[in-house]
Design a protein around this ligand. Sequence first.
Ligand code: ADP
Length: 483
Amino acid sequence: MKLNNNNLLKTGSYINGEWVNSESGGTFDVFNPYDNSLIAKVSDCGQKETKDAINAAADAFKIWKNYSAGERSKLLRKWYDLQIENIDDLATILTYEQGKPLEESKGEIKYGASFVEWFSEEARRIYGDIIPGHEQNKRIVVLKQPIGVVAAITPWNFPNSMITRKLAPALAVGCTCVLKPAKLTPLSANALVVLAEEAGIPKGVINVVHGHKASVIGKELTENPIVKKLSFTGSTEIGKLLMAQCAGTVKKLSLELGGNAPFIVFKDADIHKAVEGAIASKYRNAGQTCVCSNRIFVQSEIYDQFNTKFREELLKLKMGNGMDKDVKIGPLIDTKAISSVEAFVEDAIEKGAKVICGGKRNTENENIYEPTILSNVDTNMKVFKEEIFGPIAPVFKFDTEDEVIQKANDTPYGLASYFYGNNNAQIWRVAEALEYGIVGINTGLISTTVAPFGGIKESGFGREGSKYGVEDYIEIKYLCMEI
Ligand code: ADP
């Protein structure tokens, strides 16, 4: 891996401002998902290091919470500037360990950094309230204070931005953090921390613990009473487990879990725009995002026309090594992911689906799964019920608005949804009827720092980004004064 600044490549955990190896001296391997080559050996930490990190964060909290909002803001802004200055290196590291095309990695770095920029600004605007008292001689003042030590557990599909959108609001309001990044993508996390240190963020404010046994680190983070809040992005299954583990110490929680996004195309939609949106929402990161459209519903009058155009555009997407120019579809994260996608397609074909394109691994690189469209799909198939997390687009046919709303909502998940249409009244009806935290209307790209990203139902709770993003890291206290 060729970088301008080799200092960004760190393989230790980062505790109390020091890069540390695990006490046992053990390491775990990090591979490039494109060619399975070994990129790094990272310190394999466990409970002891997690405890150290929590204690360091607790000590740092005593100091960091008393920094003025302006001081915290300036340090975050500096961190943001350094991320933008180092964008090429950060993107290279990301593509090497995660596989997504370099342009997408650059997009993610910009997106990730935008949270740091945004919350550096919000840091100055954590206003309290004065409430008119309930008696003549009573005065009520609402204070907003940082929760304390925050644990953040993040996934491999966005190794940069899932971290900044937790750490930036936490730091902005005065919390300190212990981060456990996904073991498949630890290097992007470390590069961010190198820049945080360079920006002057004090020791102990951000701590990072790497380890291949997530459950051991997770147990300490969820059971240790010093940790006051957990922010988790990952699968619904692990989210539920962590929620249960947090019950013992009544920790606050933000959970951003799985999705099963519907993407609805009504007959009066602009089909070209809808296809463009379907590709943007489905095939980003080779389908490995929690807001990827999972089930595409197209009204019967335009079903064939949509599929023809969709296929035409899909065949133009170049597959290959994310580091190569013009590549749009990189490898899936690992062989487990490939097998999982294959199982979805097999199940659908067995139950009568037709493959319109793709439906197999790439012949030149077995770690890549071809962008796939399935027609003749129905609600009994796994592709309807479960999150695919790969480049498979099942296209369902529907007749009426009521029918498609019922199907779109027929899932325990409620993160992102999308629809295309041109009838004003229908747009309002459908937007209000969809049981999702996010609704994209005539667009497939919904993620931005300025909006409150998050889900409902079993997709979790809490919001990341926007003015609401700080609230997850704040305690409200009121002072009731008699005068
Ligand atoms: P994904 O499908 O994105 O890998 P996971 O929920 O398995 O979803 O992983 C998301 C994050 O949660 C990763 O950092 C992973 O290491 C971590 N994780 C997985 N299992 C546990 C656990 N038992 N306790 C704490 N963290 C966990």
